[in-house]
Design a binder for this molecule. Structure first.
Ligand code: ADE
Length: 231
């Protein structure tokens, strides 16, 4: 899967994407990243990419021309339209279901907004989706884009060595994950639940399900209601 990221701050994105599990997955070839610096596409002789908003109001807006030309540079050699996500607090909220849906694409473009946003006309032209990571406002779209790319990339086959962990983690069956323990069996006077040391796999599976349900009921009653009603 190939991710294109249109941004005014490519250095912010590059550090994040080439480290850790995503960096390893890129080397192994299951995913690839292409960062596009929107400023490289401005036709303004001072390299300006933003301007005041018509109608007044505080703050600057990213202009249509550099954004459109940066987007076109990705599309130039493409035959079919690539799904383009505008990263904005005004979008629908990103969830695990959104990650699953987007992980089915072969390529994705993320457009990271800055300042007061982006000229509406270019959004109408290029954005197929507007997505937010939650009801709070950050200084730009780079961090939210990284959050979404991370959640999507880990669902791409081969990115996690252990494919089972992509399936069994929180949200996979609509529940939060059960508590987990590693050695030693007693730490700071706290024991690992005996059932986990019993070797009885049916009992362990039952205990884990009960714990997942309890945790979800206590911490996320909204998720638990959905799980119970089978939505
Ligand atoms: N840009 C600023 N805040 C954001 C958010 N919460 N989600 C997506 N993009 C953003």
């Amino acid at each position: 899967m190939r991710f294109h990221i249109l941004t005014l701050f490519p250095e912010m994105v590059d550090i994040c994407l080439h480290a850790s599990i995503l960096g390893r997955a890129e080397k192994s070839g299951c995913i690839s990243f292409h960062t596009v610096n929107i400023r490289d596409y401005t036709t303004d002789k001072h390299k300006k990419v933003d301007d005041y908003t018509y109608g007044g109001g505080a703050g600057m807006l990213m202009q249509a021309q550099p954004v459109y030309d940066a987007w076109l540079s990705v599309h130039a050699e493409e035959k079919k339209r690539i799904r383009t996500v505008y990263v904005t607090p005004q979008g629908r909220t990103f969830t695990q279901d959104t990650a699953r849906e987007l992980a089915r694409e072969e390529e994705l473009i993320f457009l990271c907004g800055h300042y007061e946003g982006v000229d509406e006309r270019v959004l109408e032209e290029v954005a197929t989706d507007s997505i937010s990571i939650g009801d709070y406002v950050l200084t730009g779209g780079e961090l939210p884009a990284m959050v979404m790319i991370d959640a999507i990339a880990r669902l791409v086959p081969g990115v996690l060595h252990n494919d089972i962990s992509a399936e069994t983690e929180s949200f996979q069956n609509g529940l939060l994950e059960y508590p987990q323990y590693s050695r030693p069996p007693v730490w700071n006077g706290r024991e690992v639940p005996a059932v986990l040391l019993s070797g009885n796999h049916a009992k362990i599976a039952q205990w884990r399900l009960e714990q997942a349900e309890k945790r979800t009921r206590e911490r996320r009653p909204d998720l638990y209601e959905r799980y119970r009603s089978g939505e």
